[in-house]
Design a protein around this ligand. Sequence first.
Ligand SMILES: [Zn+2]
Length: 261
Amino acid sequence: MKEVADHHQPRIEVHPLLKITVLWPSGAREMLGGAVPEAPHVTRVISAYSSAYVLPAAEGAADYIVIDAGMDTEARNIRATLAELGAAAVGAIFITHGHLDHVKGVNSLGAADIYVSDHDEPYLLGHKRAEGFIGTLAGKLPQKARPDRERVKLVGNGQEVMVGEKTVRAYHLPGHTSGSMAYVVDGVLFVGDALYFKQNGHAGLSPAPLNWDSQVAASSLSVLLEQLDRDGIEISAVVPSHSGAGTLDAVRVLADSDQRG
Ligand SMILES: [Zn+2]
């Protein structure tokens, strides 16, 4: 596994209010670009204040799976990281949700299929701004960042997508947006902005003002955990977009505490 340096941040225009509201609560586990310590075959790419993830589509493969596409319409950090890793192409892009800091780079990562939920597809296509406070501030996806419709594939709860030798399993995890998705690849659970980890390893929900519906966010975690148990999926690391990684046990504690109210 090659070490990948943390790249210099590109200059990106971010609405100043958006910048303030998405600054994650103090106490979030630090996130660094490069190999994820808990899942070293996965590389985190920081794009402004958000994370995208890349991992090979097979052992030693030149095709890569990309989870989210960052805040930069030119995806400079993601492309630089893929080049350092020796990636020849992007095999597929999976979008956790349609907020701009997760989708803006899709048009600069080749012509791969882009997977998104039906609820969040209109945000990815720039037809609508996202629901809630963040959508109001951020607006619609800019024209040049909107992907061609034929690249966009809808993905639903429980669906599996093969990319190279890897199976990407999708779970609907609504709350942060109505169409937020979680993805499992190789026992790594990518949760987007559904939750974050604190420095002490505890999990927390995204702050309420940033969510479409925080109650749904809490209850859908329990649904996800039930599905993972039912499907017999072992999770070795949980990887959010705005904090360091953590454990599924910490997510169970969070879901239990929310159920008790
Ligand atoms: Zn978000």
